[in-house]
Design a protein around this ligand. Structure first.
Ligand SMILES: [Zn+2]
Ligand SMILES: [Zn+2]
Length: 387
């Protein structure tokens, strides 16, 4: 096979993957499929890294440098709208985040690099499981990813509906936020709704905690640093005529800075336990880190932007885009390897790339596949120029 039929191959890979979506850590068929394609291209494929994850490596020349291209493999537990020729054949599962397209772009870059070379060093395709729950990157690291497959630099991208098709946006520093979750259980003393004087009403305490938490970002976080604190659930064990004995508040925080992350956690604990204590109740706070912030290395990002401009044209590249508050498992890799994560516009019109991610009628826009490949080829060849 030669590169000229790349467009056809990209679409065939993407449509095959779209038809067979699998959810986090269950990407068995996906992993088999991409491993087969990469082996056929001549890559040395190592399987079972972080469960279903894999690394495919190819060396040309002698520079000793290694560049990674990362894609994610998992779909979502969403029932796809019917009627697409390449629609999901797995009931209740769907590639609603475009990871099928991310994989196809990496396969496309892998194909061209294997066929045409043009680099001096080792290129590694790092294909991770379980991006959606934010667990796959750490699982690969725990399996010795970086010791077994050293990387000097890592690149990744995510398609983004709402941005013109094939436009690349990135920035140095924080590009996607952390996600932390919290649960506050307020223990009071329930009783008859007509006898408030003999109970400790955790509902009133919980309501006060929810309102007081609104001051954390407004009054504690420096205004120049972005942060979000949202309470997302409020459940009691009360009844119409019975004051509850416990209230469970759930919530979610986002930020780009580990210090802000710590500050949010500390203030949630202090505010909750302080307010509960003032009312004779008790608050139990659980705080978990779900996603790291994705922080781009400034030097790698500078090289990424130059490569993107060369590959796509300056009018299609924004090297200082606005950060986005959703989270991305790539951030875990970026804590260990100098890295750059970018957004690739999926289109702006609904039905033609503009439909939001995680919707049942979302689909990756096939017309952006070539742009993703061109960007990846440009970064690999810029990082490891052929002598
Ligand atoms: Zn997603
Ligand atoms: Zn995604």
């Amino acid at each position: 096979m030669t590169t000229p039929d790349l467009g056809t191959r990209l679409r065939a890979w993407r449509h095959h993957l779209h038809r067979h979506p699998e959810t986090a850590f269950a990407e068995e068929l996906t992993s088999d499929y991409v491993a087969g394609v990469l082996t056929e291209m001549g890559y040395a494929v190592a399987r079972g890294i972080g469960g279903t994850g894999l690394v495919a490596s190819l060396t040309r020349g002698t520079s000793g440098r290694a560049v990674g291209l990362r894609a994610d493999m998992d779909g979502l537990p969403i029932q796809e709208v019917p009627g697409r020729p390449h629609g999901s054949v797995h009931d209740g599962r769907m590639h609603a985040c475009g990871h099928d397209g991310h994989l196809a772009m990496v396969l496309g870059a892998a194909a061209v690099l294997a066929e045409e070379g043009g680099f001096d060093g080792t290129v590694r395709m790092v294909l991770q499981p379980a991006e959606e729950p934010g667990r796959g990157a750490q699982a690969m690291l725990d399996d010795g990813l970086l010791e077994r497959f050293p990387l000097d630099v890592l690149y990744g991208l995510h398609n983004l509906p709402g941005v013109p098709a094939g436009h690349l946006h990135t920035r140095a520093g924080g590009i996607m936020s952390s996600e932390d979750n919290f649960t506050i259980v307020v223990h009071g003393r329930g009783g008859h709704a007509a006898r408030p004087e003999v109970v400790v009403d955790p509902l009133v305490v919980g309501a006060e905690i929810v309102l007081a938490l609104q001051t954390v970002v407004a009054r504690n976080v420096p205004p120049v640093l972005p942060a979000v604190l949202s309470c997302t659930g409020f459940e009691t064990d009360g009844a119409r005529n019975a004051i509850p004995s416990t209230v469970r508040i759930t919530g979610d925080t986002r930020s780009f800075d580990p210090e802000v992350q710590e500050l949010l956690e500390r203030r949630i604990r202090e505010v909750s336990t302080g307010i509960a204590g003032a009312h004779g109740a008790r608050a139990e706070v659980t705080y978990t880190h779900e996603f790291s912030p994705t922080v781009n290395d400034p030097e790698v990002t500078e090289r990424a932007v130059s490569a993107a401009v060369a590959a796509l044209g300056a009018d299609r590249v924004d090297g200082d885009c606005r950060p986005d508050m959703p989270s991305e498992d790539f951030g875990v890799f970026a804590r260990h390897v100098p890295a750059c994560f970018a957004f690739l516009g999926n289109g702006t019109e609904p039905g033609r790339g503009g439909t939001p991610l995680h919707s049942a009628d979302y689909d990756l826009n096939d017309d952006i596949l070539e742009a993703g490949v061109a960007y990846y080829l440009a970064v690999v060849r810029a990082e490891m120029p052929a002598s």
